[in-house]
Design a protein around this ligand. Structure first.
Ligand SMILES: [Fe+2]
Ligand SMILES: [Fe+2]
Length: 195
């Protein structure tokens, strides 16, 4: 079957719907996560991260509204369940797995918002770009926090550590150099859904 082509506008909606549902799952997963951690700085930081994910979700909902769209009901239902399930499992899964899963997924979040920013430019929504890149930068901070929590863990003798993202400032600098999505079909589809 021939590959279907979606306009930047349609693709941007698709990416933001994915991000919106991912933020829903993230919010509930981190709520369970921080409640499973003893009181202290780490628990407080994860609780703040939960708040930042809800903030992202509201921002993404606003962007979808500007695009004449909204969240995908099917996707929202699925990710609501995923978030609630992960949030409960954090209470029985020990310290390492929730940190590891969160770090890997936050790494994917960075690239998803970077991709959305490129699509916004291509679709003519320049006013969305700063918001999207700012969310990518916040996801960068999340990734670094979770990676630092487990960087010395013995489990990394067994499990592969995900590739650390490039320095935070490159989110802005590489965006300005980014090729149009249409010129790099294939890599675009490889982006992982937000969480
Ligand atoms: Fe987020
Ligand atoms: Fe995040």
């Amino acid at each position: 079957m021939a590959a279907s082509f979606r306009s930047p506008h349609t693709e941007l909606i698709h990416v933001l719907q994915s991000a919106c549902s991912g933020e829903l799952a993230a919010g509930y997963a981190y709520r369970g996560h921080w409640k499973s951690v003893p009181p202290g700085a780490i628990r407080d930081r994860i609780q703040r991260i939960e708040g930042e994910e809800w903030h992202h979700r509201r921002a993404v909902q606003g962007l979808l509204g500007k695009l004449g769209s909204g969240p995908s009901k099917t996707r929202e239902a699925g990710f609501w369940l995923i978030g609630k399930t992960i949030g409960m499992l954090c209470h029985v899964g020990g310290r390492f797995i929730p940190m590891y899963g969160a770090g890997r997924l936050e790494s994917a979040n960075i690239t998803e918002y970077e991709r959305a920013a490129v699509l916004a430019r291509e679709a003519g929504y320049d006013d969305m770009i700063d918001c999207l890149l700012t969310m990518a930068e916040v996801e960068w901070e999340h990734e670094r926090f979770f990676r630092e929590q487990i960087a010395e863990h013995w489990m990394f003798r067994i499990l592969p550590m995900w590739i650390a993202p490039p320095p935070k400032h490159t989110i802005r600098s590489s965006y300005t150099e980014a090729q149009p999505i249409g010129d790099r079909q294939g890599t675009a589809e490889a982006a992982t859904p937000n969480f």
